[in-house]
Design a protein. Sequence first.
Length: 292
Amino acid sequence: MAKPRELRRRIKSVESTRKITRTMELVATSKLKRAQDRVLATRPYAAALAEVIGDLYTPAWAERFPLLRQPRGAVRRAALVLITSNRGLAGAFNANLIREARRHLEQLERAGSAVDLHVVGKKGIGYFRFAKRPMESQRTDIGDKPTAAQAAELVDPLMKQFETGVVDAVDVIFAQFKSAISTPPTLLRILPLAPPDAARREPARATNYLLQPSAEAILEQLLPLYVRNQLYRALVETAAAFQGAQRTAMKNATDNAGDILDVLRRTYNRARQAQITQELAEIVGGAEALQG
């Protein structure tokens, strides 16, 4: 059994750790609420953009707008954007995203496609540096509050590469925010833009648009805006998912520290009781020796 002094030292160490994890849990909870509000605010706008594009879409537009042009045959070269976090202490959050990126990379390369890897976040960059995997671009300046301008900086060069035929597809791997405890890694192909699914549209809904100046001019502005919004949503959802994963990890760490403290305190009390009993026995034995 450990000595009481050693147990006291371990108890103080665990108590300090629990204070830190509890504080981090509270901070993540506060940030999660704001991040969740940003996620919910982006979804109606994205749905409205998709609805308008779906109403204006015709097969003829796919030949006139490069962003709608589907690849003919196999994908020769693809761009993969992986979004991770800059910080850890979030359980398997980043590991799951990196695992999904590796799986998709291997799938594309087995199909004969060359892949340009673009990584957002220190955790993803650190892993692929260690794996000695070349990266086309790296971003570590996107924090807990991504902006539409940052999303445009990321995706505009990729849109130009797609329009000029340098790449045939652009995929994004991010953490989809379903709830604070459900943030699965998700693969989303943002280019080429998929044509709307006629089966999912409401046939009874009559749409009457007054188009000014023309449908072509409107789509020319809406299509890049929709692509930027897709990447912006991925950044926002990953930021919210990270806060949820960190809160869950820190809560588990705090609960585990509490369980360890209970065990250490019981062990300390038993050790202290045994020490006191031994001291009393020595005192009684000494007194009897003096009397004898």
